[in-house]
Every structure is written in C-alpha cells, then in structure tokens.
Write a protein that binds this ligand. Structure first.
Ligand SMILES: *Cc1c(COP(=O)(O)O)cnc(C)c1O
Length: 362
C-alpha cells in the first residue's frame, strides 16, 4: 500500500490500519458516526490538550489546516480588537495574509526565519502597545523546523492579559503542551500532522469563555467556528455541512494508535529518535543543518545544499526511486531542502534513508 515513504509533513506516512478504516461508507447522521466517533474525538482532543478539560472544548472543521487558522482569526477578532502576529516563517506570514483578507486591524512582528520569536521583543512591544487584544504565533514553524519558545511567549502574553492564539499545526500530538497551563485561548491543528491521520479536516481547541465571544463575529458562514461548534454541541457530533466521514473515521483510528503508542510523550520520543538518526547520519555524510540544534524541533529538519552545483531535482528523483519522498526548502535566504520526521516512520526508516542517500549521486 506504500509506493514510497512520505517524509513530507503533510500529508505524511500513515499506518495501513488507518488507511483500512476508510474502506467503508459512513452515514453522517447516524449515532454510530456522530455520537461514537465525532463526539469521542472531540472529547479526546481536549484531553490531549490539557488535563484540566473543564474550561475547554473542541471544534472540528472541514478543509486543511489553513481553513482553521482563518476560521479562528475571522471569528475571534472583533471590530475594535487588534491582533499582534509574531512571525518567523511562511505560516506566521500567512496569518498576516488572512488578517489582510478580513480587513482585521493587526501588527506583525517579523523575525528572521532562522531565529526564534524573541520573548524579550514581544515583552517590550506589548509594554508600549496597549491596544493589542490578541497575540498569535506558530509553535513549530514548519517552514524551517524551528521551534518557538511557547512557554516564555505564553507567560508574557498572559502577563499583559492578552488573548493567545497558537498555530500548533505541526506540533500538537507530537510535542507535549498543556493549553490550560499555558493560558492558550485557541489552539489550531489538523488531522494530517502529528496525530497521523489523513488530510481533510482541522480542529480547534478553544477556551469556552472565549468561544462564546465569537458568536456573530465571523463574516464567513462556512468558517464560523461558533456556529460550527453550536451545531456539533447541540447535535451531538453533527457537522453543519457534509463531513469528511472517511477521514474522520481514519482519524479516530489514528487517535487510538496514538494512545497505544503511549500517548504524546512516547510519540515525541520516537520523533526525537527519528530526528537524531537523521541528523547524525546526514552530518556523517557531510550535510549541515540550517538551524542550530538548540532551536530545532523534532518535526522537520532543513538541510543546506551540500555545494553550489547541487541539483535538488535529481537528488529528489534518485531518493524517490529508492522509496523516499522529501520536501524542497521554503526560505529565500538559503538553498535548503527539508526532511520530515513525523508520521508512521521509525528510526529504522531513517537508517535506510541514510543508506539510500549514500547510494545517490549528488
Ligand atoms: C501544515 C501547516 C499549516 C496548514 O497548512 P495546510 O496546507 O492548510 O494544511 C499551518 N501552519 C503550520 C505551522 C503547518 O505546519
């Protein structure tokens, strides 16, 4: 069932058992689906996000991860509010693009793509800009693989009493975090990242009290998180519009497999091992990472081209022939390519990858 191993999050490599669950058709309004699958997923997602579940709820939303980011920004920021976006990559920049489309009042603090968002800078900024009501940041910037200092940022955002929106798309389920402890008001992720489902929907973990403030705010019907939540809540797992039933069923299986693996901590350890085998192997071949180890996430790793004449297309094709698909780079300031460590991939796969790379001409 695998023409190649996807090292491209995402979509990413999923287990055969996750794929297998999609071989049946599900009725959207039957209890078997909405009560036993959708509602359980919603509850389990909140439990994955924090042990203090009372103040939080979750919303599933059709589309890719960006739909959920746009849905949150478009539903949470009211006229009179002002959003501060912290960006050190394409996904942070995309939040700015969303704010532009929606005509939302915002400021952007842009940092170098190879540097973490600076907590000191944010502290200084918030001290001088009292009109800011919400702060948004990407946890793991998949553009490079850099991990932002979520705890320090959360501390500052909360110290100034601002609402906190976190794009944890590529980290939730793979890097431990606690939304309640961090004071996160909206956390966004999607089916096809660290939970290891297939693409087709995303989800939002929301503080109930903040979600209540979203009623009537959105200028988009399909991206209204309050309306989506209300229908799911009152209808016990009912989606407003056609739900991606097969994808949701696959996600339920993926959640089960996350539990069987030992939860987020265990998955995080596996991703770290994947990353270690990858980086040690690549360094032994003379490759260098774009980022210093201190700021690198275990999610995805950027490597610099090994020399000026490096032909990524040929390298990519040779690896694909050997059963591995990798990612091109996504930054302008250096020639890089990226290799993902998340999905149903294991240290042994990275040992095989390194052997395959040894075998390539580049
Ligand atoms: C994958 C990802 C997204 C969403 O991308 P889509 O293509 O819409 O699924 C957003 N932010 C981050 C950090 C991501 O890794």
């Amino acid at each position: 069932m695998r023409p190649y191993v996807l090292l491209t999050p995402g979509p990413l490599t999923t287990t055969d058992s996750v794929k297998q669950t999609m071989m049946a058709d599900w009725c959207t309004w039957d209890e078997d689906y909405n009560v036993h699958i959708v509602e359980e997923i919603r509850k389990e997602l909140v439990a994955l996000a924090t042990p203090d579940t009372d103040e939080y709820t979750s919303i599933l939303m059709q589309g890719s991860g960006t739909y959920c980011v746009e849905a949150v920004i478009g539903s949470a920021i009211k006229p009179g509010d002002k959003l501060l976006i912290l960006s050190n990559g394409a996904y942070g920049d995309r939040m700015g693009n969303i704010a532009e489309y929606h005509g939302i009042d915002y400021d952007m603090l842009a940092f170098d793509e190879t540097e973490q968002v600076s907590a000191e800078y944010v502290d200084d900024y918030l001290a001088h800009n009292a009109e800011i009501t919400h702060v948004a940041v990407v946890h793991c910037e998949t553009t490079t693989g850099i991990l932002n200092p979520l705890e320090r940022l959360a501390h500052i955002v909360k110290m100034y009493g601002k609402k906190f929106i976190v794009d944890a798309m590529s980290s939730f389920g793979g890097i431990p975090l606690d939304v309640h402890k961090l004071g996160i008001d909206f956390l966004i992720s999607s089916a096809n990242k660290c939970i290891q489902g297939v693409p087709g929907f995303g989800f939002i973990i929301a503080r109930r009290s903040e979600l209540m403030r979203c009623k009537g705010v959105s200028k988009s019907l399909s991206l209204d998180i309050y309306d989506q939540w209300e229908t799911m809540e009152k209808g016990h797992g009912k989606w407003r519009f056609t739900s991606p039933t097969h994808v949701v069923r696959a996600f339920k299986q993926a959640m089960q497999e996350l539990k069987e693996e030992g939860g987020i901590e265990a998955r995080h350890r596996r991703y770290c091992q994947n990353h270690d085998v990858l980086v040690q192997g690549m360094r032994s071949l003379g490759f260098r990472t774009l980022l210093p180890d201190e700021v690198q996430s275990p999610v995805i790793t950027s490597f610099l081209y090994p020399h000026d004449g490096f032909d990524f297309k040929s390298f990519y094709a040779q690896l694909k022939e050997r059963g591995f698909v990798i990612y091109p780079g996504k930054i302008s300031q250096a020639d890089t390519f990226r290799i993902g460590n998340i999905g149903d991939v294991h240290p042994a796969d990275f040992t095989r990858l390194i052997d395959a790379i040894k075998d390539c001409r580049y």
